[in-house]
Design a protein around this ligand. Sequence first.
Ligand code: UDP
Length: 372
Amino acid sequence: MKKYDYLIVGAGLYGAVFAREAMDRGKKVLVIDRRPHIAGNVYTETVEGIHVHKYGAHIFHTNDENVWKYVCRFATFNRFTNSPVANYHGELYSLPFNMYTFNKMWGVVTPEEAAAKIEEQRREAGITEPKNLEEQAISLVGTDIYEKLIKGYTEKQWGRPCTELPAFIIKRLPVRLTFDNNYFNAAFQGIPMGGYTRLVANLLEGADVSLGTDFFAMKAQGALPAEHVLYTGPIDAYFDHRLGTLEYRSVRFETEILDIPNFQGNAAVNYTDRETPWTRIIEHKWFEFGRDDEGRDIPKTIISREYSSEWRKGDEPYYPVNDEKNNALYQSYKELADKEQGVIFGGRLGEYKYYDMDAVIAAALKKVGEVL
Ligand code: UDP
């Protein structure tokens, strides 16, 4: 008899939800993580009373009422609504693309005028069936917005020309003929009060957790302490890259504490020109309206500049590059994974999928339903 039913590799959202559900069904779990902290890339660290999103901004949003009810068992969410601002060489535009954006770009006032302008630019570009991100973007919002707000940002973010990127990436962003600056079309949205780390700690309550513990080192030492494994790391790393290396994008953050109360007046400002080397600046305090856990105004501020880069061995992987080549390689790894007895692969890295947080939670809940 092994000590645990499940060894859960990775203390991020997928692993934590799976752990919670397994425990609630009477299973014994050991959760390990290579890093010295729980919560994976949603980890937040409190500095100067501000919950700093250490691995990039996370704004919880979902249309799935079950997922919303589920997360609300583990955290109270504030009323934050994501409305990033785009900065193109000092010109500011509202995001996502909406009537404020169209008015600033073209001086149009009515939805009819905006729709006509987009249609005119789409017709001039002659795109009937968009085959890549560039064509998809132009057919959604026209060439002016593509040139100023999409092209530079996307090429920095992905390190590839927009003509070589899949169209679905840009479909994440809504296009609206209304004056609505909400970045998401989601029924439910907010930031967990007290930070994401607390949310994940609540999910993991009662679990044995071992941090700074590397799965591969553990495996090399001999028999694992559990009957089954849930693996949420990169799928290609699990198989020692034997079929080749999947591509990921990584992100580097330059974080500064500033002795001023307000740097940019918004949580997220995207730098959409090609020349500015960072993609965006996050000012963490505005996710919580500039206040600390006791409701006091915070006199300082913390900002993070995000620089996107191609993932290299030793970097943290953040985004799978879901183009045809990589998806095909992933399929080959998935065939190996399906044959791997007693091991489940899950999450953004385990399934090589550009999952949002709510989709990760839904996937983990579904998996639990299937295996337990
Ligand atoms: N995007 C853009 N301009 C922006 C913001 C986003 O062109 O100002 C494009 C870019 O290609 C990006 C995609 O939209 O990769 C999805 O953006 P999202 O904000 O969903 O990315 P995430 O928050 O997951 O990094």
